[in-house]
Design a protein around this ligand. Sequence first.
Ligand SMILES: Nc1ncnc2c1ncn2[C@@H]1O[C@H](COP(=O)(O)OP(=O)(O)O)[C@@H](O)[C@H]1O
Ligand SMILES: [Mg+2]
Length: 221
Amino acid sequence: MVEVENLNKIYTVGSKQEKVLDGITFHIQKGELVLLRGVSGSGKTTLLSILAGMEKPSSGKVLIDSEPISKLPDIHLSHFRAKKIGMVFQHFNLIENLTLLDNVLVPLVANRVGLKEAKEMALAALKNARIEHKKDAYPNRLSGGEKQRGAIARAIVAKPSLLLCDEPTANLDSKNSQSFIEQLMQMHKEGQTIVVATHDPIFETLECEHRIIDIKNGKIV
Ligand SMILES: Nc1ncnc2c1ncn2[C@@H]1O[C@H](COP(=O)(O)OP(=O)(O)O)[C@@H](O)[C@H]1O
Ligand SMILES: [Mg+2]
């Protein structure tokens, strides 16, 4: 599902070059649940952004579902992303002037699903994330846990091949974090391929099969 070979990312800030990802290589099989662990600044978000096709690597190979995403031209990339990738961001990134239902419809519009079918799919995703009852609410009327569930619904609505979660519990209290973990286990059970970047100790007690990739200073350790 995911093949990363000798991936490097260098940021140039002023005259200084910083190697943020340094020779990263790993593979992820379909249906795997992978925890990408590392302290703040270790390169987790950069790596997820490259897997999502939102950032280009400086060098190296990234295949998602056998597609070399780092080589796709932008016009194909956005389509590929809409079809294949679901992302849950640390700060949820819901669109404030859209209701939750409309937020969840966005990826389907990008996938050119007809409106009637799109609405059914969006409602099903909201139900699955146990937030259907807030479908008409705007994000600023939702609690952190509710926003998180809305963000999950949006990430999975188009049935992505790969679900990426960036510090998904960083802004949640322990009850909502636990509820996120239960949803994660449910999605894993349903066969979803998932990568979660986190340094939250709550994942240490994860009660389902998973693999840990530790990252430190841009290198896998
Ligand atoms: N756009 C950018 N320009 C320059 N440096 C960046 C940029 N994005 C991230 N970095 C740097 O890359 C390193 C890794 O950041 P990041 O991937 O966000 O780590 P993490 O998500 O593990 O906290 C940090 O030192 C950060 O300052
Ligand atoms: Mg980060």
